[in-house]
Write a protein of this length. Structure first.
Length: 51
């Protein structure tokens, strides 16, 4: 017997959200997906040499 291909998680629904995290459920396979918190943006270089 062949195993089913992994779900690409195209159909999801939001089940919980707070300030830093978000959780979604895949409607195809039932897996709970945790959205990673946004990463820190790179520091802004205020050099005028790029102007």
């Amino acid at each position: 017997m062949e195993e089913p291909a992994p779900s690409p998680h195209r159909r999801t629904r939001l089940i919980a959200r707070d300030r830093d995290e978000e959780y979604r459920e895949c409607l195809d396979c039932g897996e709970i997906l945790e959205k990673e918190p946004p990463s820190e943006p790179p520091p802004f270089d205020e050099s005028l040499s790029d102007a």
